[in-house]
Ligand binder design. Structure first.
Ligand code: SF4
Ligand code: MSK
Length: 625
């Protein structure tokens, strides 16, 4: 029954799985095993329950029915299902972005106590991109106008989203030509739901093209707004040291863990935790202080901007509770397994949900809004301190590791001396062969962190710079790739460049919405070279993805011109037409494709091959020979 070595490569994970086994508490791996065999029709994307003439299934072996009750065939059903996955992913990121815009609007009206405009330089820069005059205006006035303009991006009044202007001119023209330039953020998601209703868009190609537009409305719209407004409100990240893994929990302090995605809640929790009055209260209760740690992406947000320690990624979220050291876990939304409250009930951890749109059975609901978040954060942190006395046995199995986070594009460019040129020079000279973005989740179908860490190791060995986000970024930090000494793992060229810049070979770019930082950097490099993103020696990978958001990310990255490898297979294998279009046909359309490769060793070979190919096509290596 002991599977802890096959489930995860991490030491803290292995030891905590063992502990949960002996505590007889179920984990995500147990539930995954209990689901076997998972439905083959759904796995292939061949089941449809869009209407109530169904549910329908298409037989992959050609013996049973080949169409649903309405007559939809395998291609239509697969494309429609994928389209809905992307719509859900785009909706999640974009709604996160909207929540930030609402805070920005409330700050402008002085109705959001505790929140403020932190980066006025960025406020002015982004406002200018929206055509807002900034001269002589107060930051609050600019913020109000910017929030209004961004809200228009969500609606139907625009023909093109404002921030798509950041893409290289050639890319914008291509999107216009293909009719996939995103118009309104909500509009594209809403249209995806309309098209996939029974009896609407039954062209699998046109459905997939719209999905690219929908994904672009996330990448160059909702997510980009989320990142930019987060920087404006909470500060643009700069490199800062931090600590990672389950060892960041402290036996003698009140441990407050934030989990979810939006910094709107976690920033206020952080402010409350650092109040002297709270520390005093914690000391009165016998603790040495308050220790705030993060999980998943809201943790990444705090890590990027403030160096707050990171307890773990997606598949660590249950295990962290099993330490018995978490006095409170505060969640907002996305990637929060409803199982967490059941796990928490076996220990002393108090679970708090905070968003009106994300309820969980077994959690106490304390609703945060811009006007009350500061006060609510005080209330919950006080309750966390009270809960310290209820602790039972505590098991913190490892010591934390060092890492550096905080690589915004602004920080990277400033490390390079104010322009991306030195990075381009290093790429041109072949010292750095290219760059890869490694992103996305954990998934019990892949050994925890093995996909991220193995792929990253192979790429940096071969002089490919890695930038990462989300749970991949946490995996790589826990693997020790995010300290200056990690250049020991890098190939000679990457070692030289990172060594002289004093940066690690793997750069923490942030949370899932921060994948847009990769787009912005790629666009800057392409613009500097006077070319399109699809010509650059770049690649993307989501080695352990699980979520609908990850499909939307993959789709906007490919539609932006970057070859992208998925670890787990998306549910599309039931239609060879759809598979063919996504893995081959898209090259002709957007200049990039998807690939699927669950083995990270093989994925590394594919990425190296692609990057070398791109270099040859750009004529970069001709001078060397
Ligand atoms: Fe079946 Fe067509 Fe309804 Fe889907 S839309 S459930 S294939 S009848
Ligand atoms: S948290 S979307 S499991 S990366 Fe962004 Fe991690 Fe994936 Fe959630």
């Amino acid at each position: 029954m002991t599977h802890h070595h096959t489930y995860t490569i991490t030491k803290d994970g292995q030891l905590l799985i063992k502990k949960m086994e002996s505590d007889q508490v179920e984990t995500v791996w147990d539930r995954h095993a209990a689901q076997q065999p998972q439905c083959g029709f759904c796995d292939l994307g061949l089941s449809c329950r869009i209407c109530v003439m169904g549910p329908c299934r298409v037989d992959p072996f050609g013996e049973g029915p080949q169409q649903g009750v309405c007559g939809a065939d395998a291609d239509i059903i697969v494309a429609r299902n994928l389209c809905r996955m992307i719509a859900a992913g785009a909706a999640a990121h974009s709604d996160h972005g909207r929540d930030l815009v609402e805070v920005l609007a409330a700050v402008a009206e002085n109705k959001a106590p505790g929140y403020a405009i932190t980066d006025t330089e960025k406020l002015n820069r982004v406002a200018a991109e929206y055509g807002i005059a900034t001269d002589g205006k107060k930051p609050e006035a600019i913020a109000g106008e910017l929030a209004y303009a961004m809200q228009e991006d969500f609606g139907t009044r625009k023909k093109e989203l404002a921030l798509t202007a950041r893409a290289p001119e050639k890319r914008q023209q291509l999107w216009r030509k293909l009719n996939i330039m995103p118009r309104g953020i909500d509009r594209e998601t809403s249209e995806a739901m309309h098209r996939t209703h029974m009896g609407v868009d039954n062209g699998w190609q046109s459905l997939l093209l719209h999905s690219l537009r929908n994904a672009l409305s996330d990448g160059w719209g909702g997510s980009m707004i989320a990142t930019e407004v987060s920087d404006i409100l909470f500060g643009t990240p700069k490199p800062a040291p931090t600590k990672v893994n389950a060892g960041v929990l402290k036996a003698d302090q009140v441990n407050v863990v934030v989990h979810g995605h939006n910094p709107v809640v976690s920033e206020m929790v952080m402010a409350a935790c650092s109040e002297a009055e709270m520390t005093k209260l914690a000391e009165e209760k016998g603790a040495k202080g308050i220790n705030l740690c993060g999980l998943c992406c809201t943790g990444n947000e705090l890590l990027m901007r403030h160096g707050i320690p990171m307890a773990g990624n997606h598949l660590m979220t249950e295990l962290i509770i099993a330490t018995g050291a978490v006095d409170m876990m505060i969640v907002d939304y996305q990637c929060i397994m409803p199982a967490l409250s059941k796990v928490a009930a076996c220990y002393h951890t108090k679970m708090i949900s905070t968003s009106d749109k994300a309820r969980f059975p077994g959690m106490e609901h304390v609703e945060f809004h811009p006007d009350n978040a500061q006060k609510k954060a005080y209330d919950v942190v006080k309750a966390a301190i009270e809960n310290f006395a209820n602790r039972g046995e505590v098991y913190i199995p490892v010591e934390p590791l060092d890492a550096v986070g905080g690589f915004s594009v602004e920080a990277v460019v400033s490390a390079l001396g104010g322009t991306p040129e030195p990075l381009l020079d290093a790429i041109k000279a072949g010292k750095i062969r290219g760059a890869a973005g490694i992103v996305g989740c954990n998934n019990p179908k892949i050994k925890h962190d093995y996909g991220h860490v193995t792929l990253t190791k192979r790429l940096i060995e071969n002089d490919i710079l890695v930038v990462d986000t989300g749970c991949a970024a946490v995996a790589n930090a826990k693997a020790g790739f995010k300290v200056a000494e990690a250049i020991a793992h890098a190939g000679p060229g990457l070692k030289e460049v990172c060594g002289s810049l004093e940066i690690p070979p793997v750069l923490h770019f942030g949370s899932c919405v921060d994948n847009v930082r990769i787009l912005v950097l790629a666009a800057a490099l392409a613009n500097e070279l006077g070319t399109d993103i699809s010509d650059l020696p770049l690649a993307g990978a989501a080695p352990e993805w699980y979520s609908e958001k990850a499909v939307s990310i993959g789709a906007y990255v490919v539609a932006s011109g970057i070859y992208t490898i998925l670890g787990p297979m998306p549910p599309i294998a039931g239609s060879m037409n759809v598979v063919e279009l996504l893995t081959t046909g898209l090259q002709e359309v957007v200049g990039a494709t998807f690939a699927v490769e669950p083995d990270p060793e093989k994925a590394a070979v594919l990425i190296r091959g692609h990057i070398e190919n791109q270099r040859r096509n750009l004529g970069l290596d001709s001078a060397e020979v």
